[in-house]
Every structure is written in C-alpha cells, then in structure tokens.
Design a protein around this ligand. Structure first.
Ligand code: WTA
Length: 682
C-alpha cells in the first residue's frame, strides 16, 4: 500500500486542488459477516464481468433490473460521439418503474416517509398505492389544466416535501422534462434556469419550514417570473402546492389567471388515471443545472433508460438497498444526489425513502437520530459537511438513540479520516459499513466507491472505481499516471456509462469542449475509446487502486458539498455599481469544507466602507442564494496581477488560507501582496 507520499501539485494547478488537505494512508476496515450475509452483491466475478473486454454489454445487467415496454436493439450507439445513446430502441417509463410495477406485490408498503420539521406535526407515510393515486391525479392536472405534453420543460422550485417527488414522477409519467431548482436558491437563480430551459410552467409551494420558521416561498416564484420575463421567457402558469393542504400559507397573494392552487385544482381529477408515456430510452428525463467554469450554469441533460438503469444498479449494489429497507438520504432533492438517491434509485427498487423537510440539527443535535429511531431507518446517507456539523454540536448524541444502521453513504466532498472514523464508530455504532461515493451531477450516479461486501473501507479514500467504470489519471500532457506513483493528475473516465449526462441543454459545443476535448484522441472518431471524459477533479491513486479525490481543477468551490462557480459569485459582485474587479477564492472551513472569500477592487474615487462590503455580500445572496454568502468581503486597493493583467487567484487563496504565497516577484504589482496580507491576516 502507498505510504504517505507528498502530492505533486504542480501538474494540477487550480486554486482548490492546490490547497487540498493531505492526510495519511489509513488502515482497512471490513464489513461485518452479518452485513455480508444479507448483501445484494457478494459475487466477486462482478469485476471480471464488468471488465472492458465485456463493454458495453455488461451494463445490461443494470437495465435488466427495470421493466421495459420494449427491449433495446443496441446497447450503446456511438454514432453521434460523444453524445452516447444507451439501450437504443428500448421503450420505458421512469414513473411506471418507480411506482406501478411495485403495486402487484407491495401496494401497501410505504414508498415515502415524509417528516415535517416541526416535531409536533405528524409524519406522513405514503404507500405505493397512494403514491400511484396522487401521481396519476397530478399527471392529469399537468396535462389538462397546465396543457403540458411530452418533451416540454417545466421548472420546479420546491422545498423538501412529499409533493416534490410526486411532481417529478408525474412529469416523468407524461414525458415532460423536469428541471428542479434547489429550494434555497434565489428567485434570480430560478429565473436563469426558467429562461435557459424555456419553461412556461413553474411549479412551487407556498411555504416551508426551515430552522423553526415558516418561510414565504411563493414570493420567490413571483420574483422569478418577473425576472424571467425581462429575460425573454414568459411563464403563463404557476402551480402552487400548499404546505398545509386546504390552507394557503403565504403572505404573497395568488395572481389570478396565472397561478393555480394545486390542492384545489386536484379535486377535478379525483380518480383519474393516466397511462404512462412509452418513452424512448434516450429521451431526456430531466435537466439538472450545475456550476462550471464560466458564469452561466449548465443544464445537464439526463436520459431515461440509461440513467434509470444506472441509478437502480448502483443503489442496489453499492448502497445495498433491498425492498424491505428504510432508507434515508439527508441531501436535498434539488441536487443530483436527491434525484438519483432519494427518488429514482430507491423507488425503482421498491424501497421506502425518507424525506425530511428541515435542518438536521433542528431543534437540537439529537433530531436526526430521533428520526432514524422513529422510522427504524437502516440505510443512511449524508455529506461530510453535515457529519462535521453533527459531530461538532452533538458528538455523543447518536448513542442516546436506539436505531440500527447497516449501511451508511457519504458524498459530496473529501471526508477527513477523523470525521470518517466518528461517522463509522459513533453514528454507525461500529456496525454499519460505510461507502464514500465520488461522482458528479454530470455522471448521474457513483463513479468510485467500495462495493460494501467485497472491498474493505479505507477512511479518506473514495475507493476503487465501481463496477463498469474505468478511470484513468492523466498528467497535463496526456500521459497516464500509474497507481502508486504518488502523483496527482486529472482524473478521467475512459469509457461511457449509462448514467452519464447526454449533453448540456441547448449547448452541445460546450458539452464537447468542457468535458471531452482535453484528452480526445480524434475529434472525428465514433469510437468511444477516443473520448475520455474529463471530470474536472484532481486525484491520485494508491497502489491498492483506491482513489483519493483532491478537489476541483476548474473554478468551482465546494461549499458544504454544493458546487459554486467562482465566476457566478464574481459576476454577482460586479452587479454592484461601485465594484471594479472581483475575485473569489476558497478558504478552508471546519464544517463547510470550503467557504468563498471575496476580494474586491473598487472603482476610482469610491471609499471602502463596511456598508459597501455588506451591499456586495447581499448582492451575492440575492443573485444566487444564502449558501453563496462570502466569509468576508475584502475591499482591497488593487488585485495582484500578472503582467498580462490576469488576477492571481492563487496568491489571494494563499493569503486567505494563511499559506505561502510563493514567488510573487514576477507579478506586475508585487508590492500589493504585502498590503493585502496585512489587511487580511491582521
Ligand atoms: C466533489 C455531487 C471527494 C468533486 C454528487 C466532484 C467529492 C463534485 C465526492 C461534484 C467524494 C463529490 N469525495 N469529492 N466522495 N463526491 N465530490 O455535481 O469535486 O454537486 O467533482 O455532485 O463534488 O459535485 P456535484
């Protein structure tokens, strides 16, 4: 096994990876015989079956987990490389697979446990039969009241609620492409996504609870519609779910002729059933916007048959979900984790999935463990940022509650071995197996993780690639960096897989340029071997084949597991008239992993004041959302720049993190570095 070698960061570059945390290689830990005895995947031949010699046919094992109206003719069609088409010729519906097919044996089983944040409100247990009824009725409403049809896009800006997956599954039933925007995102961020996807219908909820306060959410919908209109996209219909059915709970009034209260409108559709549309495997199921290197968020387009096969397969074999399990993923459905591993994965397997409305630490550090105890959750899934927060405020809380996890997932950012060990020992009570899953919005499902019954855990490492994924780490010149070299590089995936996104909505060129051009061997090739997928992460591989992910190589900061584009923050800062230049860098943070620090140079003659700093910070919260709030806005006299005028974010990142700024003598204005240092590090 690789010793603690120093990472050669020079080849990687980029602000995030250059301040990545480096920790020692850890010892293996093994799953218990009890876990292995019941696991879905204990057959070691999986790795041989899923070797490249058998590509792409091995992925039919995942597709066979689903119910198809018509089987595929071609497993992988590469004729439009690198826009891969999986299971071409197959016909399928995602809503049918997540609901209808479970009715025969399991209609009385709970599909969704919805837990409201206030503890005095009753938990809702929705059976598969009830989910079927509610999804059908809402599908009829979408079709007949909102006039939606196959291929249309709809923007959904909803909080964590049972109605959110109901809405998504109704869209899927009709073949409508849903674009869910994280509920905590601002109206402006929602509007950008409405415009980009040309949605004429917005689906929202009047209010929801967060940290004990009932927030007025409908207000954002009105603002988003206004902003979208200015941007050229008219929303003619806003569907508003009620947080308390029958009781409209927002101070923002209903707009006549445009808004429709769903809970009232639904009475027209009682008892109506809608046949699921038979979708082509490659028809888009949803868009999920994510941050990238340039300011504009990109709409990752996920297909139906390939995506659903991949999330069903990975949920079954990596998360070990059985139909009898109660599974709780704490992520928000507004992110890819929620789509794949709260909604589509667990429900396609017929499990019970938990949806919690609020904050895991509200009203106290024991809340999460009370929920786990109450619902007898046995598979748990969260992110390092939540684990750090729970560990900080309630390190001894889990022991006070009687729940039994067999399996726990972590996702979203590297997890420090210390935090991993607390998760395993205290949250998992030393009994649950832990998988650290590395993947992305673009990839639809897991890329690296241990197979829990077959491969030991190693704190701080995501693990080897999951079956069927074949990564390669390239240096800047495209040479492979072998396992155990002690060097980091750009991790790429050498083969397509069914969960991978199909394109960026409306921007195929950007899709190809951002993800495939870097290491493409021949741009005219129709052979998948010529198109390695660039993940945008730096990684190194130990001798045992386990990957350690070091962070982004592009301009993305991972705050509490949420991807924020530095350019998005910078352009929000530049909307403030007084700002001349803005630069965002990541700063290490105990709970959040990273926080953005914002450096601003003001226009000539403008005085640096506390009020102005606050105005800039507020502008970012308004434009993007509170999750993007900078740790600090530093109003500096000038930016450190290269002679060609490029802002040296690396130097600013070093100052913010109290690190070594390196040689700055080649800068156009080296003297500014000390001035900024004095200001920031005082
Ligand atoms: C980071 C979330 C280390 C990585 C599913 C990736 C991780 C980005 C891990 C994607 C992990 C995700 N260990 N880093 N287990 N999981 N990341 O699109 O930098 O929100 O590229 O998808 O998060 O974030 P996204």
């Amino acid at each position: 096994m690789a010793k603690n070698k120093t990472v050669d960061q020079k080849n990687v570059g980029g602000s995030e990876s250059s301040i990545a945390v480096h920790w020692q290689e850890e010892k293996y830990l093994y799953a218990s015989p009890g876990f292995i005895g019941q696991a879905n995947l204990t057959d070691e031949t999986i790795f041989e079956r899923f070797s490249l010699d058998n590509f792409p046919d091995y992925f039919t094992e995942y597709a066979d987990l689903l119910t198809w109206y018509k089987g595929w003719d071609t497993v992988l069609d590469t004729s439009d490389a690198p826009c891969w088409k999986w299971f071409k010729g197959g016909l399928i519906n995602a809503s049918y697979n997540c609901i209808d097919r479970h009715l025969k044996d399991n209609k009385n089983k709970t599909a969704i446990h919805y837990v409201p944040e206030p503890e005095n409100e009753k938990i809702e247990h929705i059976t598969y039969q009830e989910l079927y009824v509610r999804v059908n009725e809402f599908t009829a409403l979408l079709r007949d009241s909102a006039g939606l049809k196959r291929g249309d896009r709809v923007t959904i800006h909803m909080p964590m609620s049972a109605e959110l997956p109901i809405t998504m599954l109704a869209c899927a039933r009709l073949g409508v492409i849903h674009s869910v925007v994280f509920g905590g995102f601002s109206a402006s961020a929602c509007a950008d996504r409405i415009i980009d996807s040309n949605s004429r219908v917005l689906i929202t909820m009047d209010s929801y609870y967060r940290s004990g306060t009932l927030l007025n959410h409908k207000k954002s919908a009105d603002e988003a519609v206004e902003i979208a209109k200015k941007g050229g996209q008219t929303v003619d219909t806003v569907l508003v779910w009620e947080r308390y059915p029958g009781k409209y709970s927002s101070e923002t009034p209903i707009v006549k002729g445009r808004d429709c209260i769903v809970n009232e409108e639904l009475t027209k559709y009682y008892g109506v059933r809608v046949e699921p549309e038979k979708m082509l495997a490659e028809d888009p199921l949803f868009l999920m916007y994510t941050s990238g290197t340039t300011g504009k968020p990109k709409g990752c387009q996920h297909g139906t048959g390939g995506y659903l096969s991949y999330v069903a397969g990975t949920a079954k074999y990596i998360q070990d979900i059985h139909p009898e399990d109660v599974y709780w993923c704490m992520a928000d459905i507004g992110w890819i984790t929620g789509h794949s591993y709260i909604v589509y994965g667990p429900l396609s397997l017929g499990a019970s999935t938990v949806i919690y409305e609020g904050v895991p630490t509200y009203p106290d550090a024991g809340r999460s463990w009370r929920i786990a105890q109450e619902l007898d959750v046995n598979i748990f899934h969260t992110a390092p940022t939540a684990i750090r927060a729970l560990r900080k405020i309630g390190p001894d809380e889990p022991a006070k509650y009687n729940y039994n996890f067999k399996h726990m997932t972590t996702v979203g950012e590297p997890i420090e071995p210390e935090v991993w060990k607390w998760y395993h020992k205290v949250v998992g009570k030393g009994k649950a197996v832990v998988v650290d899953t590395w993947w992305q919005t673009e990839t639809g499902g897991f890329l690296c993780s241990t197979v829990p019954a077959l491969q030991p855990m190693k704190p701080g490492s995501a693990g080897p690639a999951v079956p069927g994924i074949h990564p390669v780490i390239y240096d800047e010149d495209g040479n492979d960096i072998p396992a155990g070299a002690g060097k980091a590089g750009n991790i790429c995936i050498s083969n397509p897989w069914p969960g991978g996104f199909q394109t960026i909505w409306g921007d195929r060129d950007r899709f190809v340029t951002n993800y495939y051009t870097r290491y493409c061997k021949d741009p005219n090739s129709k052979d998948w071997r010529d198109w390695p997928y660039l993940t945008g992460d730096a990684a190194m591989q130990a001798e045992d084949g386990y990957y350690r992910i070091l962070g982004r190589i592009d301009d993305v900061i991972n705050v509490s597991g949420h991807r924020l584009g530095t350019k998005e923050l910078e352009s929000a800062a530049l909307t403030v008239g007084e700002v001349a230049e803005a630069a965002v860098v990541p700063v290490a943070h105990e709970i959040k992993g990273k926080e953005p620090d914002l450096y601003v140079a003001l226009k000539p003659g403008i005085a640096a004041t506390e009020e102005l700093a606050k105005k800039i910070s507020d502008a970012i919260c308004n434009k993007i959302g509170k999750i993007a709030k900078p740790r600090k806005v530093w109003l500096v006299p000038d930016m450190p720049k290269t002679r060609s005028g490029k802002i040296m974010r690396r130097v600013l990142a070093a100052i913010s993190n109290k690190g070594d700024v390196g040689n700055v003598m080649t800068l156009a204005n080296p003297e500014i570095v000390d001035a900024i240092k004095r200001q920031v590090q005082k």
